[in-house]
Design a protein around this ligand. Sequence first.
Ligand code: UD1
Ligand code: CA
Length: 467
Amino acid sequence: MTTKIIVLAAGKGTRMKSAKPKVLHHVAGKSMLAHVLDGVASLNPVSTTVVIGHGSEQVREEITHPVEWAMQTEQLGTGHAVQQALTGIDDSDKVVIAYGDVPLTRPETFAALHDVCSNKTVGLLTVFMDDPTGYGRIVRDADSRVTGIVEQKDATAEQLKITESNSGMLSIQGDHLKDFLSRIDNNNAQQEYYLTDIFSLAVADGLTIETVHPQDEWEVAGVNSRVQLAELERIHQMNQATILMDNGVTLRDPARVDVRGPISTGTDIEIDVNVVFCGTNTIGDGVRIGANCVITNSIIGAGTVIEPNSILEETVLGESCTVGPFARLRPQAVLADNAKIGNFVEIKKANIGVGSKVNHLSYVGDAEVGNNVNVGAGTITCNYDGANKHKTVMEDDVFIGSNSALVAPVTIGKGSTIGAGSTITRDVDSDKLAVTRSKQSEIDGWARPQKKKVDENPQQDIFKKVG
Ligand code: UD1
Ligand code: CA
């Protein structure tokens, strides 16, 4: 049997109070719909059809997954939504239906739901809830066989006491799905075509409803408001933090680390509070990351220390480097082992060689820095002429005196020294001292200007200062 997926995502999400379609709101740096599409991708479906309606243009623009789109121009209910996605469904297909606003279902749960589906069986993902308010309730007979689902708004007082709730997710063979959907109506409290009505039809036709349950309730939690979005984000972050700790990472406070994307970690890593990981990151053994760092799409070698308040984006750091505090490493900053980037230093598109140091208040961009180079405080690579970027090369063992401007394109030869305060506009050969600052002069007996006498009226003096 061929697996096909239908994801419902046409709803407006009124309670989000947003110009953005609900399914595009993010959990852990990724849209809810992208989470769902990544989750169902583990079933290796031959196709995934997403039903869209509200904000469909935005959804199509943002989602890059290989999906088919089905339009539902009027939201007449979940059953009606699935009807819009039936074009590519064949009779023998195994169809799994998921929801674009239920982002955190585990792949294992999708797999279990998928696996129970057969010619004779419809799969249904249900969960027992302490408070099932708002959810459809699972109705069972005396032998505890599922006989149907009743929506909150259509339920009797007795049915409202049922705690087994409908997640909405189900698996069903294509021919059954098409047949049952052609027979549902909207004679109910909400005058909607309920997808849930297919279950009583299935039972009447002699099919069995097999329920599967998620390992955790949050797997079926949908988002209808920003409060629920924040709740799910926290649950997800605590799960991520737990995985990190289980893998040998020390978190000073598991409630104050955010992981927004895949992260791979070695052992004995220490992460202080308020660290945010975005995109895909790889952190080596023994790395220490100080408070308030934001680390995006980076690879950090073993033993490297990131001091507090540093921002790293698309960087590759060797082993035993030191970065920060207050460093900013921009895309394509590549540090070799034992490199040191100090406070208020910005590095962009530059290779920094083994053991080289850029310790304070510098900008190094579009540069090739050799091994054992020392870049003094306040050094700037003048890489941009207003139209184009140019490269600065500092060969091995170069020493750049403080407050130097290196006007690119320029090469400082191996072992050369640049005197502090120089503006270097031409290449410097190896083993030279290059200085461009004006010579110091001294004036004998220079008398400093004297401060004028203070006014006798102190009140007036204050006004003078303010004015
Ligand atoms: C639905 C289920 C309910 C279940 C609950 C779980 C039905 C009738 N009820 O209720 O049993 O407990 O989900 O969260 O199915 N959608 C469309 N087009 C529509 C209507 C909905 O695409 O015309 C999409 C929504 O965008 C959303 C999903 O379907 O992603 C669920 O719709 P929603 O209106 O939230 O259903 P509930 O009333 O919560
Ligand atoms: Ca809902």
